[in-house]
Ligand binder design. Structure first.
Ligand SMILES: *Cc1c(COP(=O)(O)O)cnc(C)c1O
Length: 383
């Protein structure tokens, strides 16, 4: 122990995954073949949404989602500061303004109260949308956010990158899978290797709206379509109806996504077993993310809070345990500072950031490795 590196997260690729990719390489299509559609359909079935649109990564998916909702220059959107920068950047890609509401001190997700207070402190119509993040794999209660959004005529894009396999229970007692888009307009997932499902790069946007589905599909491929054309010059003819991008996922990546997706439920169970062992070891000693009733956390991350975070980070690093920090609050990143966020009053987020550290969390982490991590954390915090 202590020699091989234990990262905070890692992908698990098995022979089935390798065979799927090799078979696709031998087939007729490398991109935009049958595997893309098969992956989209399997993903929509798994999550429980009507539609799923595969994209080159989640950042592209967030960009398309904001575009599909027609965000205009200067329009304002609220998100959490405790997220990966892409949750906010997608608004900037469209020329919009990002406003940050604070996180809840216990769940670490966007606070409904803080979001409501921010909306109500401004004139009617000031904001266009909200991008809540299922941080670390813990769902946001989107039913409550939807009520607030409806009152103020806002859209919701759920950043579900951490949460395939998570759910919350709504007021009718129905389990709502993260990303099923029942209470959001669209939800976005990532297939970056540190996330649950690894495609190398990749993402998915889910929705239940046919209009948004068509819009996303067109924007993903340059704004080009053969549907609803004003003219038709022959079999070759297509129209570029708006300015889109090349944000397509390949057949090779989709083949991998299909086999990876099949293993996700099992992976989430493993992640929850690991979380249980961490919680049992740290209960009463260290603060960790709370689990509100009726919720199931997909545990992309397991975060604890400590007073001497930097020292613990270095202490673990010396043992080849590569813990990580999630996240530097987005409003404090130099880019956001220079566009005027340096005075944002987001106390919970800043307090959280001063103490948080993400411990190793991935399905193939062995019990022995985890015991080693736990002992190194406790020996530091209770030395
Ligand atoms: C990883 C991540 C993204 C971006 O995903 P990519 O697929 O790398 O573009 C966006 N939001 C959150 C919360 C993430 O963790």
């Amino acid at each position: 122990m202590g020699k091989t590196i234990i990262p905070y997260g890692r992908q698990a690729i098995d022979q089935e995954d390798i065979d799927a990719v090799v078979n696709t390489l031998k087939a007729d299509f490398l991109t935009q073949g049958p595997k893309v559609e098969e992956f989209e359909k399997a993903f929509a079935d798994y999550i429980g949404s009507r539609y799923a649109v595969a994209v080159s990564n989640a950042t592209a998916g967030l960009h398309l989602a904001v575009m599909a909702l027609n965000l205009k220059k200067g329009e304002r959107v609220i998100t959490s500061p405790i997220t990966f920068a892409a949750s906010a950047n997608c608004v900037r890609f469209c020329g919009g303004e990002v406003w940050f509401a604070d996180i809840d001190r216990d769940t670490y997700t966007l606070s409904l109260e803080s979001t409501k207070a921010l909306i109500e402190s401004m004139p009617k119509g000031f904001f266009k949308g909200i991008i809540p993040v299922d941080f670390a794999g813990l769902p946001v209660n989107l039913e409550k956010f939807r009520e607030l959004a409806n009152e103020h005529n806002l859209w919701i894009i759920e950043d579900a990158c951490h949460a395939p396999g998570a759910y919350f229970t709504d007021s009718k007692g129905v389990k709502q899978n993260s990303g099923n888009a029942v209470y959001s307009d669209m939800s976005v997932f990532s297939f970056h290797p540190v996330k649950h499902i690894a495609c190398g790069e990749g993402g998915m946007v889910t929705t239940n709206s046919q209009t948004l589905y068509k819009s996303l599909s067109k924007l993903r491929t340059h704004g080009i379509t053969k549907d609803n054309m004003a003219e038709n010059h022959g079999g070759w003819y297509y129209e570029m109806q708006e300015l889109g991008y090349n944000y397509r996922l390949t057949d090779i990546q989709s083949a991998l996504g299909i086999t990876q997706l099949r293993k996700n439920s099992h992976g989430v169970i493993k992640r929850n077993e690991i979380a249980q062992r961490y919680k049992a070891s740290f209960e009463g000693k260290l603060k960790f993310q709370s689990l509100p009733e009726g919720m199931y956390n997909a545990h992309h991350l397991f975060v604890v809070e400590v007073e001497d975070r930097k020292e613990l980070y270095n202490h673990l690093r010396n043992q080849n345990i590569f813990a990580q920090i999630h996240y530097i609050p987005v409003h404090t990143l130099p880019y956001y500072k220079t566009i005027g966020y340096s005075d944002a009053d987001l106390k919970n987020s800043e307090t959280y950031y001063s103490k948080c550290i993400s411990l190793p969390m991935y399905p193939t982490l062995t019990a022995e490795e985890q015991e080693f991590v736990i002992s190194k954390v406790l020996e530091f915090t209770y030395a």
